[in-house]
Design a protein around this ligand. Structure first.
Ligand SMILES: Nc1ncnc2c1ncn2[C@@H]1O[C@H](COP(=O)(O)OP(=O)(O)O)[C@@H](O)[C@H]1O
Ligand SMILES: [Mg+2]
Length: 228
């Protein structure tokens, strides 16, 4: 079905390239149900195509599990190479710089809903993956690194806790005064998973993404990542 949504076949004025990297392209497109976001892995470099398709499948599985949750893009369709999800008008966190206590409350609630549905996001350290929507509410996008699991084993719970920590880091950035004692304690205690990541994998990850993939200025936003 993807030919229906191939950007080149839609009226040019309706389509906007949101992002392009070695994994492919992300387009905002218009379809019968309104604006949508198309992830297209066909332009990916050939040596990364298998990985791009794998990430797309991951996202598709996660979004399907999150159907109906307000603040999560709704999956419209997906196939081997493309994925279409609803567009949510808003700006990324680093641009919106939310100040409202309600925003952070709603974001925490949204994350609980995601976890309850059996999904961990795994990429909430990146500010572009969290939106301040035009109506003031939060949204999470970009589920390429997400895990979907029906059984919530230890690994799942540990990753869920990391999601929570990453969200709290953003709260600390914009409204540190709103952090509760409990939230401060969570911020101070990275999970063993996170510690292992930082000491073992992060150097390799940085080498790959910065030197090989050239992501150092990825999307122009600070990655408050996993540095503390
Ligand atoms: N559903 C959406 N609603 C609004 N904007 C979106 C949506 N999905 C993606 N975007 C925009 O497109 C950018 C890239 O999409 P994303 O899914 O994060 O791809 P990538 O995995 O390559 O970072 C996002 O940072 C955001 O600005
Ligand atoms: Mg992203």
């Amino acid at each position: 079905m993807y030919s229906l949504y191939f950007p080149g076949q839609l009226p040019v004025q309706d389509n906007k390239l949101l992002k392009k990297d070695l994994f492919g392209e992300v387009w905002r497109v218009a379809d019968d149900d309104g604006l949508a976001v198309l992830r297209d892995t066909r332009p990916a470099r050939w040596w990364l195509a298998w990985l791009a398709r794998n990430l797309l499948r991951r996202e598709s599985r996660a979004l399907a599990a999150l159907t109906g949750i307000e603040g999560i893009p709704q999956l419209r369709s997906s196939d081997r190479h493309t994925l279409l999800r609803s567009y949510m008008p808003g700006v990324p966190l680093f641009e919106g710089r939310p100040q409202e206590a309600l925003y952070f409350k709603a974001a925490a609630r949204l994350l609980r809903q995601v976890h309850r549905a059996g999904v961990v996001h795994n990429d909430l350290a990146k500010e572009p993956n969290i939106l301040l929507r035009d109506d003031g509410s939060p949204a999470f996008i970009d589920f390429q690194l997400a895990w979907y699991s029906r059984r919530r084993n230890r690994l799942f719970r540990s990753a869920a806790r990391e999601d929570i920590r990453h969200l709290l880091k953003h709260k600390r950035t914009y409204r540190a005064d709103l952090l509760t004692m409990r939230e401060r304690a969570i911020l101070k205690s990275p999970s063993p998973l996170s510690r292992a990541w930082m000491s073992l994998f992060k150097p390799v990850y940085l080498f790959l993404t910065r030197r090989i993939l050239g992501w150092s200025d990825r999307e122009g936003a600070a990655d408050r990542g996993r540095s503390d």
